[in-house]
Design a protein around this ligand. Structure first.
Ligand code: FES
Length: 149
């Protein structure tokens, strides 16, 4: 190979490498930034805080000692004990999500699914459920009952 041919070939190769590198660099800088995947956590759940009037439908069962009401929108069971204490806990059993009842005479929440029992604070009294129910606070002002976290 003659010197002139050698320089031409090396020069072409070097130019090719530079052009290719520039094209890659330019194409990267002109591309829009990758869009992050959509997140389902843009609207974290709001804290529970609502007030009901126990003398109006559908809450009138709470106007009597021993009554209870299930708020299906919030998955909360609200109960009034025989000693006029208002309770609010998660309405779904922690075993397999069966809807709970309130047994006023025994002052406990009962799951007809497999017989789990929960205390007035949501603690497990009898399994197979192993996890407690979430407990909410309640405050009564006249006929209004506030349920909140
Ligand atoms: S679903 Fe409640 S005990 Fe099984």
């Amino acid at each position: 190979m003659e010197r002139k041919d050698f320089i031409e070939q090396v020069g072409l190769s070097a130019a090719s490498i530079l052009i290719f590198g520039c094209m890659q660099g330019c194409s990267k800088s002109e591309s829009p930034a990758p869009t992050p995947p959509p997140s389902n956590n843009n609207n974290p759940p709001k804290a529970i805080d609502f007030t009901i009037n126990i003398t109006t439908n559908p809450y009138t069962s709470l106007n009597t000692a021993g009554g209870f009401y299930v708020d299906k929108a919030n998955n909360i069971i609200i109960a009034r004990t025989l000693t006029d204490e208002f309770l609010a806990v998660s309405s779904l059993c922690t075993h397999q999500q069966v809807l709970l009842d309130f047994q006023a005479s025994n002052n406990r929440f009962y799951c007809s699914g497999h017989g789990s029992l929960f205390s007035t604070t949501g603690a497990v009294l009898n399994g197979p459920a192993a996890a407690p129910l979430k407990q909410y606070k309640t405050t009564r002002t006249g006929n209004n009952l506030r349920i909140f976290e």
